[in-house]
Write a protein that binds this ligand. Structure first.
Ligand code: SOE
Length: 380
C-alpha cells in the first residue's frame, strides 16, 4: 500500500474529525493508499505537540508555510478558521500539494474564485469537507432523485437550527468562538450552517437562480476574547431565504443559533410529482420516503433504515440493522477522495462546488441588505 502523507493545519473540532477519518479509512475501505499522519501545524507548539501525541502525528510545525515547503507531505488539510483558507490553499496549490479544505471554502465568492483558479492552474486534487453529502441516507436520496423516482420537483425545504449562542455573555473571537467574529468567519449562520444546507441542495436539486433573504443579529455587541473589549457583532445570528432553482422548483432555507432546544437540527425535504423524501440529522440513519406509486390503500410515508448492504457505504461497516454516525461521514469522504486520486476522477465536492455554495451565500447576504431578489452567479 502506498503512503499518502498528510499535513493537517488546525487542531480544533474539525482537526479531530479529519484525523479520526484518516486513521479509520483503511480498516473499512479497500484502497491502494494509506494516510500517514506526517505533521500537525498550529501556532501554539504545546497544543500542536499534545494533539500530535493524542492522534499519532509524527511531527509538528508552528508555521503553515514551513509545512507547505516540506517535501514529505502530499496532502495539505486546511482545518483552520475561514479567514486563512484562501491564503493557505493558494500557497499549497502553488507547491503542488493535493488540498482538503474545511467549509465554507472561503470568506466570499471572489476569494473562492482565486482558490479555484489556483488549483485549476496547478492541476492539484482538491475537495471541500461538506461531510453531510456522505451520510448514507443523503447519498441514497441522491441516487433515488437521479433515478428520476420523484419526477418533476416542486419544492425543497431545508433548515439548520442550533441554540448555543443565546447567552449574551458569550465572547466573540478565539478558539471555537471565532465563528462569532465576522472578520474570521466571514458571516454567521449563513456561511457556517446554511452553507451545509446549500451544498446538499445544489447536489440533490441542481443550481439556484435567484434568492431573497432576511437576516438578524440578535445580540449586537459582545466582548472580544482577544481584545477584552465590547465590540460590534458583525455576523448574522439567523438567516432565512427563499430560492428559485433552475429546474423550476421553489425552496425555503432557515438557519439560526437561537432556536432554544435545538443542537444541530439539520433537515431537508424534497417534494416531486411522484414522491417525496425527508431527512433529519438527529435521526441520520433513516430516510423518510413517500412513493405515490404505492397501492392507494397502503400508501404512506416509509421510514427506511439505511443500514443495509445495498445502501451507500453500508457494506463496508457492520451487518444490516447496525448503525453508523457523524464521524463516519468523514471516513467516507476520505475514502472517496483517495479513490478519486487512484482513478483520476476527482470526488466532489471540489473547490468549484465549494465556490458554487459561496456564490449562493454571497447572494443571500446581499439580498438581506438590499431587500431585493438577487441573482446567483453560476460557476463557469
Ligand atoms: C457549528 O456549531 C458547527 O460545528 C459547524 O461549524 C459545522 O460545520 C456543523 O456541521 C455543526 O455545527
Amino acid at each position: 500500500m502506498k503512503p499518502l502523507r498528510i499535513g493537517l493545519i488546525g487542531y480544533g473540532f474539525m482537526g479531530r474529525t479529519h484525523s479520526n477519518a484518516f486513521s479509520q479509512v483503511n480498516n473499512f475501505f479497500d484502497l491502494q493508499h494509506r494516510p500517514v499522519l506526517k505533521a500537525i501545524c498550529a501556532r501554539d507548539a504545546g497544543k500542536a505537540k499534545a494533539f500530535a501525541a493524542k492522534w499519532g502525528y509524527e511531527s509538528i510545525e508552528t508555521d503553515w508555510r514551513r509545512l507547505i515547503e516540506r517535501d514529505d507531505i502530499d496532502v495539505i488539510d486546511v482545518a483552520a478558521p475561514n479567514n486563512v483558507h484562501a491564503e493557505i490553499a493558494i500557497a499549497a496549490a502553488k507547491a503542488g500539494k493535493a488540498i482538503l479544505c474545511e467549509k465554507p471554502l472561503a470568506l466570499n465568492g471572489p476569494e473562492a474564485e482565486k482558490m479555484v483558479a489556483a488549483v485549476t492552474k496547478a492541476k492539484v486534487p482538491n475537495m471541500v469537507w461538506y461531510n453531510y453529502r456522505r451520510v448514507p441516507a443523503i447519498t441514497f436520496a441522491k441516487q433515488l432523485i437521479d433515478e428520476g423516482r420523484l419526477g418533476r420537483i416542486f419544492h425543497y425545504r431545508a433548515k439548520f437550527l442550533q441554540d448555543w449562542t443565546i447567552n449574551a455573555d458569550l465572547p466573540q473571537g478565539g478558539a471555537g468562538l471565532w465563528r462569532l467574529d465576522v472578520k474570521v468567519a466571514g458571516s454567521g449562520v449563513t456561511g457556517d450552517l446554511l452553507a451545509h444546507c446549500i451544498d446538499t441542495a445544489l447536489w440533490l436539486n441542481g443550481t439556484i437562480d435567484t434568492v431573497t433573504a432576511t437576516t438578524e443579529t440578535f445580540i449586537k455587541q459582545r466582548k472580544h476574547a482577544l481584545t477584552g473589549k465590547m465590540e460590534k457583532v458583525g455576523i448574522d445570528d439567523a438567516s432565512l431565504f427563499l430560492a428559485r432553482f433552475s429546474n423550476g422548483s421553489l425552496a425555503t432555507f432557515e438557519s439560526t443559533r437561537y432556536a432554544r432546544g435545538h443542537k444541530a437540527l439539520n433537515t431537508f425535504e424534497i417534494n416531486g410529482e411522484n414522491g417525496s423524501l425527508a431527512w433529519d440529522l438527529h435521526d441520520l440513519h433513516r430516510l423518510q420516503v413517500f412513493d405515490y406509486k404505492d397501492e392507494g390503500n397502503v400508501r404512506g410515508w416509509k421510514s427506511v433504515h439505511i443500514t443495509d448492504g445495498e445502501h451507500p457505504y453500508m457494506k463496508n461497516w457492520w451487518v444490516p440493522g447496525l448503525q453508523i454516525g457523524y464521524a463516519e461521514t468523514f471516513v467516507h469522504q476520505v475514502a472517496d477522495f483517495i479513490k478519486g486520486l487512484e482513478t483520476g476522477k476527482m470526488a466532489s465536492p471540489t473547490f468549484k462546488d465549494g465556490l458554487a455554495t459561496d456564490y449562493v451565500t454571497d447572494s443571500v447576504l446581499k439580498s438581506a441588505k438590499t431587500g431585493r431578489w438577487e441573482k446567483v452567479k453560476k460557476v463557469k
